[in-house]
Each structure stands twice: as structure tokens, then as C-alpha cells.
Write a protein that binds this ligand. Structure first.
Ligand code: BJW
Length: 231
């Protein structure tokens, strides 16, 4: 069975990381759409750096840990290693911390920085600012940005994602609002005979495209669904 899993902010909500479009989905009065763009970074890089610095610091707090949904996916992968792809829109490290291996973070990772001149990506756990020096070229100042994908930028691994989704036997979407493309459109690219399952607290604009919708918390419903699948 070829398994394709797509995760969004909802899977990390119970680990203490706020979702984007929930009740507390605003950051200091800004919508994510107004901060997570190349134009916002050009216009006000300090504001954008501050947004990501706060989130990076949060990701590094000891109390931010994977929950039962992350762990259940990592365990499931062990028995489906060859036919399993976990595409996450999340920039947090929780799937990796939980032990998942075949993970494709399509919107990048916040614990990495990228040089805007060379494109080189390096692990990064400190704050960034317009005064940050590139550790490899200390004379280069202010060229590092968070290695994340903003609106209008190309998500990572799109070709691999499309190939996998077009061959999937099971497509499982967990905790994503299905409003941001191309992730939102993936369910519609699955083969006709693919089992398509959505796990979310709420209905989404794509719920009708699924063959099964499970309403509930990821930490409860993901382990339950995966153990039902293996039974
Ligand atoms: C729970 C739960 C619990 C809570 N248990 N559930 C087609 C149509 C219209 C527009 C476009 C289009 N194609 C492209 C666009 C433009 C744009 C776009 O989609 N705009 C829309 C807003 C309309 N897309 C892009 O620009 C993308 N690039 C692109 O398309 O390039 C061209 C291309 C062409 C062809 C092929 C391929 C590419 C780039 C998008 C980049 C998005 N970046 C962000 C920021 C990343 C960095 C950061 O984190 O700051 O990614 S935006 C933000 O939204 C972040 C997320 O990954 C993404 C999705 O959010 P997500 O994960 O769904 O979170 P929420 O908060 O929205 O939802 C949480 C859900 O969980 C809710 O449903 C809750 O109910 C649920 N939940 N607790 C279960 N405990």
C-alpha cells in the first residue's frame, strides 16, 4: 500500500504550537498572509525576522514536544517504510523529533537559515536580524533569511510530491485547513480508487473530496485510525 500523509498546523496544535487561522491566529495584529511574503520581507525585514524569531524560540522550548499523532505516524512508517511519504506544511521539527524519516517539509524548516545570495542552507537555532553575519562569510551581513516558503514562492519537492500523490493508495490529510495551495489541491490529484481520509476538528473546503472524514483531535484520531488500518 502506497501511503501519502499530508499534515498541517492542526497536528502540532496539541503540542502547544498555535495554528495559523485559529482563534489566536493573528500575530501582533498581522495576518500570516501579511507577514509570510517576500514583499513583507523586502519592506520590513525586522518585522518578519521578529515574527520568525519568536516562533523559533518557541520551537526550542523544552515543553514543545511531539504528541501522540506525530508518534503514531513515526511508528506506522516503520512497517511501511518503502511506500510511505509524509509531506508536512509545518516548519516545526516535531515529525523529525518523533522519529519520522521519510518527511518532506514542503514549506521549509524554521530551524534552518538560507543565504539569499548563494541559496546555501544551514542549520539555525539563533535569532536572525538584518545585522546577522553569515558564519561562513562573516563580511556578508544581513543575507540570511528563515528557510521557509512564503506566499508566491515555490514549495519544496513539488515534483516528488506530485508523483507520490498520483500513485497513492491511501491519502491521509491531518489538521490542515485546505486553503493554501498547492497542498490544498493534492487530494484532487489522487487516483480514483485511492482511499482519501481527512482528520480535522472541523469541515474544510475540501472535505467533500475525501472518502472518509473524521472529526476530532489529531492526538486521539490519528493513532486510532492507524491502528484500525493495521488490524
Ligand atoms: C486540528 C486540531 C487538532 C486544529 N486536531 N485538527 C490556487 C488557487 C488560489 C491561490 C493559489 C493557488 N495556487 C497558488 C496560490 C497562491 C498561494 C495560496 O495558496 N494562496 C491562498 C491563501 C489562496 N500559494 C502559494 O503562494 C504557494 N506557492 C505556490 O503556489 O507556488 C506556485 C506553484 C504553482 C504550481 C505548483 C506548485 C507551486 C506557497 C504557499 C506558502 C505558504 N506558506 C505558509 C507560511 C510558511 C512559513 C510559516 O510557517 O510561517 O505556510 S502560510 C501558512 O499556511 C503556512 C502553512 O503551512 C499553510 C497552511 O496552513 P495549515 O497548516 O492548513 O494551518 P491552518 O491554521 O490554516 O489550519 C489548521 C487546521 O487544523 C484547521 O483546519 C483546524 O480545524 C485544524 N485543527 N487543531 C485536528 N488538535
Amino acid at each position: 500500500m502506497k501511503v501519502f500523509v499530508l499534515t498541517g498546523a492542526g497536528i502540532s496544535a496539541e503540542s502547544g504550537i498555535p495554528t495559523f487561522r485559529g482563534i489566536n491566529g493573528l500575530w501582533k495584529g498581522h495576518r500570516v498572509e501579511d507577514v509570510a511574503t517576500p514583499a513583507a520581507f523586502t519592506k520590513n525585514p525586522e518585522l518578519v525576522h521578529e515574527f520568525y524569531n519568536e516562533r523559533r524560540r518557541q520551537f526550542l522550548q523544552k515543553n514543545i514536544q511531539p504528541n501522540a499523532a506525530h508518534f503514531a505516524l513515526a511508528e506506522f512508517e516503520k512497517t511501511h517504510a518503502d511506500d510511505f511519504l509524509l509531506v508536512t506544511q509545518n516548519i516545526d521539527p516535531l515529525h523529525f523529533t518523533a522519529g519520522s524519516r521519510n518527511v518532506l517539509p514542503m514549506h521549509g524548516q524554521l530551524l534552518e537559515a538560507r543565504c539569499t545570495v548563494t541559496g546555501k542552507v544551514v542549520p539555525w537555532t539563533n535569532d536572525l536580524s538584518v545585522r546577522t553575519a553569515d558564519p561562513e562569510n562573516p563580511h556578508r551581513i544581513g543575507n540570511l533569511r528563515p528557510n521557509v516558503v512564503w506566499f508566491g514562492e515555490m514549495p519544496l519537492g513539488v515534483q516528488r510530491i506530485q508523483e507520490a500523490v498520483q500513485n497513492a493508495d491511501l491519502f491521509l490529510a491531518i489538521g490542515t485547513s485546505a486553503v493554501v495551495y498547492p497542498a490544498a489541491g493534492l487530494v484532487e490529484q489522487t487516483p480514483a480508487n485511492c482511499k482519501r481520509v481527512e482528520i480535522n476538528l472541523e469541515e474544510t473546503p475540501k472535505s467533500d473530496a475525501f472518502t472518509e472524514t473524521i472529526r476530532g483531535r489529531a492526538s486521539i484520531e490519528v493513532p486510532k485510525f492507524l491502528s484500525r488500518l493495521q488490524a
